[in-house]
Write a protein that binds this ligand. Structure first.
Ligand code: ADP
Length: 447
């Protein structure tokens, strides 16, 4: 930037100096010439008047009074006097411009270049009363010479201007840059600076907010992952302990033949539970690892409900439960995969912990601008003492209540973290033997 300001200042200064020099030298040259011409005209007029009065004067008397060369020419063009004593060498002057005009009109003038471009001669001729012509001439500078004379002055001025331009551009850029350097980029809107920078500062502010949000999201996911993995190893150990204990008893022959079926069924159940748990763990770790899939998009919750219903249709058939979807289209800005897991887990629970011929209703609506989803079932319900704990990782209601259904105890914990991730509020109501209702209210879409 400094270089740019410096360059343009030097450019402006140089053009300015050059134009001023040219104009000034032209003007002063014009005035210098006018002055000389006027002087010569006046001299000639005085001399002519004097010569007209007193004929036959010796012109040498005038020679020392003037800087001009005096030439006297007779009516045939022959030089009869020359103040530089060259009269005999001088050619006929009849056809000289100034002489010709003077003979015709009384007065004549002309300017002719000398041998070089540096000098020229101004001639002024006046016709005397006896028909002869008096001519005064003087060598003057040409405009070229005048300009050449100005070159040292021009160079000096250029030098001074260059020094000034460097100093000024430094002061200027320092002054311009100072408020920019002082800008607080963490709080861009609090700066008092050039109004031209407002759009840039607005953009930085927006980016800061975006970055903050991104960091928050990353932290949330990170926390989710940490909390979760702390419990994983412990929870995996429980079914494995059962499996290995039962298997050991069978291997050592401590199990009677009639108990064999019950023992192997337990081993099978525990192994299934382990598999379900590992599946959930894989789902969560996929969410954690694949940051690309965490990109937010507009997700239609109504359509998502239909997708989940269709994916669970076999499950519903097995349990003899019907799933109904009610409501309207409602879009949230969210991560599709997380929303899908949430819906899937809630719907699966509503089917799983239901009664034969039971019903599940998923209602999508917009309440006070907030997309809202309600999962309702006519199932076994959750006891009051467990209701606050079902969202904890690996928490399962006592097996006798949940009818010994397979599960990892991670489903609702995924729902809870997913809701938190989307800044949604979640509430649960349940009555034992009647059913459960989970309501999720997403924040109003502000974009
Ligand atoms: P699980 O894998 O055991 O289903 P969840 O975290 O999804 O784990 O649920 C935790 C517990 O909450 C379940 O074991 C079950 O006892 C209870 N629960 C969840 N949803 C329902 C529901 N719709 N009706 C009755 N009980 C439920």
């Amino acid at each position: 930037m400094k270089r740019k300001v410096y360059n343009s200042m030097v450019y402006i200064a140089l053009v300015g100096v050059m134009m001023t020099s040219i104009l000034l030298s032209m003007l002063s040259y014009y005035r210098y010439m006018e002055q000389i011409k006027e002087e010569i005209r006046t001299e000639a007029a005085y001399m002519a008047t004097s010569l007209n009065f007193h004929e036959g004067q010796n012109l040498d008397a005038y020679k020392d009074l003037t800087a001009s060369r005096i030439t006297w020419i007779d009516s045939d063009g022959i030089v009869i006097y020359d103040s530089e004593g060259q009269k005999n060498k001088m050619a006929n002057h009849k056809n000289r411009e100034e002489v010709k005009t003077a003979v015709e009109k009384g007065k004549g003038e002309d300017t002719r270049l000398s041998k070089t471009l540096n000098e020229q001669t101004y001639y002024y001729a006046i016709r005397l009363s006896d028909g002869t012509v008096l001519r005064l001439s003087r060598e003057t500078q040409t405009i070229v010479k005048q300009m050449v004379d100005y070159i040292p002055v021009f160079l000096l001025m250029t030098g001074v201007v260059l020094v000034l331009a460097i100093a000024l551009s430094k002061i200027l850029t320092d002054r311009i840059v100072e408020p920019i350097n002082k800008i607080d980029l963490i709080h861009p809107k609090q700066n008092q600076t050039y109004s031209e920078l407002t759009p840039l500062l607005d953009r930085i502010e927006k980016q800061n907010i975006d970055i903050e949000h991104q960091i928050e999201e990353i932290k949330e996911v990170e926390n989710m992952r940490k909390e979760f993995s702390a419990n994983v190893s412990h929870e995996l150990k429980t079914p494995l302990t059962t499996i290995s204990g039962y298997a050991e008893l069978m291997k050592d022959g401590f199990v009677k033949q009639e108990d064999m079926g019950r023992f192997s069924a337990t081993i099978y159940e525990e192994a299934r539970r382990l598999i379900a748990m590992i599946e959930d763990i894989i789902k969560l770790s996929k969410l954690d690892e694949n940051q690309v899939e965490l990109e937010r998009e507009n997700v239609d919750l109504y359509e998502l409900a239909f997708k989940v219903k269709s994916d669970l249709s076999l499950r519903a058939l097995e349990e003899n439960v019907s799933v109904h979807i009610l409501g309207i289209h409602a879009t949230v800005r969210g991560v599709y995969q997380i929303l899908y897991e949430m819906f899937f887990n809630m719907c699966e629970n509503a089917i799983k912990y239901n009664k034969p011929d039971g019903k599940v209703a998923i209602t999508v609506s917009i309440i006070e601008d907030c997309p809202t989803v309600i999962f309702e079932d006519t199932g076994i319900g959750i006891p009051d003492e467990d209701i606050d704990r079902v969202f904890e990782r690996f928490y399962r209601v006592d097996k006798s209540h949940s009818n010994q259904k397979k599960g990892s105890g991670l489903g609702l914990s995924i729902v809870k973290h997913g809701a938190k991730f989307h800044h949604a509020d979640m509430s649960i109501e349940s009555k034992i033997g009647e059913g459960t209702k989970i309501t999720i209210v997403f924040p109003e879409d502000r974009d």
